[in-house]
Design a protein. Structure first.
Length: 279
């Protein structure tokens, strides 16, 4: 869903939130909401409160506009060149190179943030974004929150637009039995190639999302086991300390009992000695 337009000062504040570390998004957003409410700007506060935290992949792509804006400019220029149809095959190759360049920048950002993402998955996400006009606009503004599921159709509409069909030639004379084979339309071939590339990118994106979900599930399970182990260790430490205290108290009691026994033995010996004297 396209995010609402914001006033310039507010837009700058929002962009700063998206530029911040991903784990700080909620706290920074809520802090801005609190400030806006204090400034008696309830409408702006409601707009900011509605901002959704970006996915990890969307956050990495958002950072590209600040990390290397020239890569996004190159991507936009390549798309524009492909849509002109001047040299479609070369233009498509240029788009691919531009997509890889953007993905490489996002991958560097993700690695630096300690949340690495595969460049191939990021490239698939960029292909999906290209074909979704609202998502592409958010991407260029650095406010993308989610990578669209599909994409590429807006670009393909331009790629499949062929020049006006030539006039149909008059039928061949009856004496000519064989017809010349129809020439293939290179633009249609390139459009189909672009569709194939898009389908491959979308499939890869789905696979990487599934891998990410499985990894997140494994992380949650491992974290739960670790927390349980930590709790068990803490309980064991408490039990160990309690048993150690019991041993120390028992040792003290044993020492006291031994001292009392020595006193009793001495008293018995004294009593026997007196008895012997009396006898």
């Amino acid at each position: 869903m396209t995010q609402p337009p914001l006033e310039p000062d507010l837009a700058n504040a929002v962009v700063a939130i998206y530029q911040a570390p991903l784990e700080d998004f909620i706290s920074r957003r809520d802090a801005l909401v609190k400030r806006l409410r204090a400034e008696k700007r309830p409408d702006d506060a409601a707009l900011v409160k509605a901002l959704r935290k970006p996915s990890r992949m969307a956050w990495a792509l958002d950072a590209v506009i600040h990390e290397d804006p020239s890569s996004i400019e190159g991507l936009s220029a390549a798309i524009g060149e492909a849509q002109t149809g001047a040299d479609l095959r070369t233009a498509l190759d240029t788009v691919k190179e531009a997509v890889r360049a953007v993905a490489a920048v996002a991958a560097r950002v993700a690695v630096r943030a300690g949340q690495p993402l595969e460049p191939s998955a990021l490239a698939a996400a960029v292909y999906a974004i290209i074909g979704d006009a609202p998502a592409f606009a958010e991407f260029r503004a650095g406010r993308l929150t989610e990578v669209p599921q599909g994409g590429g159709l807006d670009l393909l509409v331009a790629l499949t637009a062929s020049p006006s069909a030539p006039r149909t030639p008059p039928p061949a004379p009856a004496k000519i039995a064989a017809k010349a084979p129809a020439k293939s339309d290179p633009r249609a071939e390139l459009a189909e190639s672009a569709r194939t590339e898009l389908r491959r990118a979308e499939k890869l994106l789905v696979e990487k999302r599934e891998q990410s979900e499985r990894a997140a599930k494994s992380l949650r399970e491992a974290t739960a086991k670790f927390d349980a182990a930590e709790h068990a260790l803490a309980q064991a430490q408490i039990e160990h300390d309690a048993r150690r205290d019991d041993v120390e108290r028992t040792r003290q009691l044993a020492a006291s009992a031994a001292a009392n026994l020595e006193d009793a033995e001495r008293a018995l010996a004294d009593a026997r000695a007196r008895l012997a004297e009396l006898a």
